[in-house]
Design a protein around this ligand. Structure first.
Ligand code: ATP
Ligand code: MG
Length: 584
C-alpha cells in the first residue's frame, strides 16, 4: 500500500453551526453518540461496535456499513450541512436495505465537536480499493473559536490515503479521543445498582450502564424482551401495533454492541416496584385498584396533518425506572429526545403522569425537527397539532381507565350479582383488564382461597401466601408444614379469643402443648361439639404436616395435598367462624 499524505480543507465551515453544536446543544452524551449510530444505520451496517476504553478517554464507533471514499468524506462528512444521502431531505428516503434514512441535515458528525479533543475517521468503501484515515483537532478548533477567529483555517482534516484494500472490505471507524473531563467523570461514576436488577432511576446505575441504557432507548435496536410489553399479555389482533413495531426493528437486522454487550431497547411494561409485588396484600390491592395496567393505542385521525400511531401503558402505581415515564416520540425509528421531552403535563392529569409510559411513531414532522434531533420546534403548527391531539387522546383514555377501575372496584366489593342489578353484564368484567401484570394465581388456582380469611389477625393471614406460594411452586413438603402451622394457630386463636388459652398450655411450664394434644382437647371440647368430618379433617391435616416436618422417609406429593385440600378449606372455614364470632 503506497501511502499518500496531504491536507484536506473542505468548504468554508458554517461557523454558526459549529458554535451551536460545540456549545453543547445535546442534553446528554448519549444523544451526541447516537449520531454515529444513526449514520451507521443509514450506511446499512449490520454490526456496530461502540467501545469505551478503560479510563473513558476514547470512544470508537466501528460499523460494517458501506463506508466512504476520501472524496465522499470531504464532500459530506467533513462538509457541514451537506448530507451525502440521496433523498435525505425527503420523508421517504430509503437505504439499499430498505431502512428509512435517519440523516438529513449533514450535521450529525459534528455532534462531538464540543466534547472531545480529537476525532479520527477511518473508512473503506464497498467496491473500492482505497482506504483513508482523516483526523481533526477539535481542541484546536475550539481554541480558535474562543478567540473569535475565522474557523475556516482550522476546520481541516489531516489524512492518510492508501490503495490496495480488498474491494469487498467496507467499514467506517470513528474514534473520539480526549473526552472532556466532565463527561469522563460521568462515565466513570460507579453504580449503586446493576442493569439487570430493579433500579428506580438510571442515576443509580454506573455511568457506563446508564449510557448503555440510554443508547438502547434511542437507537434503532430490538426490544430487550421482544416487545415493550410482556409478551404473555399481548394478543395478535388487539396488540398488532406493538408487535409490528417490534418486528420492524428485528427486520433491520442491526446488531449494536456496547463494550461487547448487545444493546437492546430496555422497555418492559408494566414495571412495579418489586416489594409491591412481593407483599401479597399490596399485590391484591394493585389488581383491584388499578386493574394492574392497561395498554391503549393512539392513532391519528384520517387526513390529519401529521400521521402518528403508538401505545401508552397506564399502570396502577408509579412506574420505574422513572426515566420511562412519559411519551417518547420516534421519527423514523429514532427517539427524539427522551420520554420526558415531550411535555404532556399541561393537559394530562398529574397523578396519572408517573404511572404512564408510551412510544409514539410520527411521520411527516421532519420539518419541525430542531438541529439537535432532540426536540421539535414548539411553535411549529404541525408540532402543536400533534401535541394537542396526543394529549386529548391520552385524556380520553385516562378517563376510561379511571372509570373502569371504579367499576371494577365495585364489582370486587359487592360481587357480580349486585353488579348485574346495576345493569352490568358479566362481560363487563372481562373487557377491563388488558392483562394482569401480577403473577397471582387465579382464585381457584390457590390451594386455599384467601377470601375465607378476611378480617382475621395478621399472624393467621400471613401463613396463607406461604401455603399458596409453596403450592404454586410445587414445594409440597413446605406447603404441608405450613398447613400444620395454620391449623395450630387457628385453634389457639379460637381459645385465646375466649380467654381459654391456658387450657391448651402445660400448667407447669406455661408453654403450649404439642399439636397432637391441642387437637385432642379441641375435638373433645363439649363447648364446640365438632362434627365427625371436621374431626377427621383435623387428623388428616395434622398427619400430613407431621410427615412433612418429621419423617424424611416419606415424601409428600401433590396428590397427598390434593387429598386434604377440601378438608383444609372446610376446617379453616369452621375455625375462622369460631374466631370471628367472639371479639376479645
Ligand atoms: N458510518 C458511516 N458510513 C458511511 N458514510 C457515513 C458514515 N457516517 C457519515 N457518513 C457520510 O457522511 C455524511 C454526513 O454525515 P452526517 O451525520 O453529518 O449527516 P447526515 O447523516 O447526512 O445527516 P444528519 O445531520 O441528519 O445526521 C453522510 O450523509 C454520509 O454520506
Ligand atoms: Mg447523520
Amino acid at each position: 500500500m503506497g501511502i499518500k499524505t496531504g491536507v484536506l480543507e473542505p468548504r468554508e465551515p458554517a461557523i454558526d453551526l459549529i458554535r451551536i453544536i460545540s456549545e453543547g446543544t445535546y442534553t446528554t452524551f448519549a444523544q451526541s453518540l447516537k449520531e454515529f449510530i444513526s449514520n451507521a444505520y443509514d450506511a446499512d451496517a449490520t454490526e456496530v461496535d461502540v467501545t469505551v476504553d478503560e479510563d473513558c478517554n476514547t470512544i470508537v464507533v466501528h460499523d460494517n456499513g458501506v463506508g466512504m471514499t476520501l472524496k465522499e468524506f470531504g464532500d459530506f462528512f467533513a462538509s457541514i450541512a451537506r448530507s451525502g444521502k440521496s433523498g435525505a431531505r425527503t420523508v421517504f428516503g430509503r437505504t439499499n436495505l430498505g431502512r428509512p434514512k435517519i440523516g438529513r441535515f449533514g450535521i450529525g458528525a459534528l455532534a462531538v465537536a464540543g466534547v472531545a479533543e480529537r476525532m479520527t475517521v477511518k473508512s473503506t468503501k464497498k467496491g473500492s480499493s482505497e482506504g483513508f484515515e482523516a483526523a481533526i483537532s477539535l481542541e484546536n478548533l475550539r481554541k480558535h473559536f474562543l478567540r473569535g477567529e475565522d474557523l475556516s483555517k482550522h476546520w481541516r482534516f489531516f489524512f492518510n490515503r492508501w490503495d490496495g484494500e480488498p474491494s469487498s472490505l467496507h467499514f467506517s471507524d470513528i474514534r473520539i479521543e480526549g473526552i472532556n473531563d466532565d463527561i469522563r467523570a460521568l462515565l466513570q461514576r460507579p453504580g449503586q445498582m446493576k442493569l439487570d436488577e430493579f433500579f428506580p432511576s438510571t442515576s443509580k446505575l454506573s455511568g457506563l450502564d446508564e449510557l448503555a441504557w440510554q443508547l438502547g432507548i434511542i437507537s434503532p435496536v430490538a426490544y430487550a424482551f421482544t416487545y415493550p410489553v410482556e409478551e404473555k399479555h399481548l394478543s395478535r389482533g388487539k396488540d398488532a401495533l406493538i408487535m409490528d413495531k417490534a418486528r420492524r426493528l428485528l427486520k433491520d437486522r442491526i446488531q449494536i454492541k456496547f463494550n461487547g454487550q448487545p444493546l437492546r431497547r430496555p422497555i418492559l411494561l408494566p414495571r412495579y416496584q418489586p416489594n409491591k409485588l412481593a407483599d401479597r396484600k399490596e399485590a391484591e390491592m394493585l389488581l383491584k385498584r388499578g386493574i394492574g395496567f392497561e395498554i391503549r393505542y393512539l392513532r391519528s385521525p384520517k387526513g390529519a396533518p401529521v400521521r402518528y400511531e403508538g401505545y401508552v401503558v397506564v399502570q396502577a402505581t408509579k412506574l420505574f425506572p422513572e426515566e420511562l415515564r412519559g411519551v417518547l416520540i420516534r421519527l423514523r425509528g429514532v427517539a427524539i429526545g427522551w420520554h420526558r421531552t415531550f411535555n404532556i403535563s399541561a393537559g394530562v392529569l398529574s397523578t396519572m403522569l408517573p404511572n404512564l409510559s408510551g412510544e409514539i411513531w410520527v411521520e411527516g414532522l421532519e420539518e419541525a425537527l430542531q438541529f439537535d434531533r432532540e426536540s421539535f420546534r414548539e411553535d411549529h403548527p404541525k408540532f402543536r397539532w400533534l401535541k394537542e391531539s396526543v394529549i386529548e387522546k391520552i385524556n380520553e383514555e385516562e378517563k376510561g381507565f379511571r372509570q373502569r377501575s371504579v367499576k371494577r372496584l365495585s364489582l370486587t366489593k359487592s360481587g357480580s350479582k349486585r353488579a348485574a342489578k346495576k345493569g352490568m353484564r358479566p362481560g363487563d368484567v372481562s373487557t377491563q383488564p388488558t392483562a394482569s401484570p401480577i403473577p397471582l394465581p387465579k382464585a381457584d388456582a390457590d390451594f386455599l382461597p384467601s377470601a375465607i380469611f378476611e378480617n382475621v389477625p395478621d399472624h393467621i393471614t400471613r401463613i396463607l401466601p406461604q401455603i399458596n406460594g409453596c403450592w404454586e411452586r410445587q414445594y409440597y413438603e413446605a406447603c404441608a408444614v405450613m398447613i400444620r402451622r395454620l391449623i395450630e394457630t387457628m385453634i389457639i386463636e379460637v381459645y385465646w379469643k375466649r380467654n381459654w388459652d391456658n387450657e391448651l398450655k402445660n400448667p407447669e411450664t406455661r408453654d403450649f402443648l404439642g399439636l397432637k394434644a391441642i387437637i385432642g382437647k379441641f375435638k373433645a371440647d363439649p363447648r364446640f361439639s365438632l362434627d365427625s368430618k371436621i374431626n377427621k379433617g383435623l387428623n388428616d391435616l395434622k398427619d400430613i404436616g407431621d410427615i412433612a416436618a418429621h419423617d424424611f422417609r416419606i415424601k409428600v406429593r401433590k396428590s397427598d395435598l390434593e387429598h386434604v385440600r377440601d378438608a383444609l378449606r372446610k376446617t379453616s372455614e369452621r375455625l375462622i367462624f369460631l374466631v370471628r364470632t367472639i371479639s376479645r
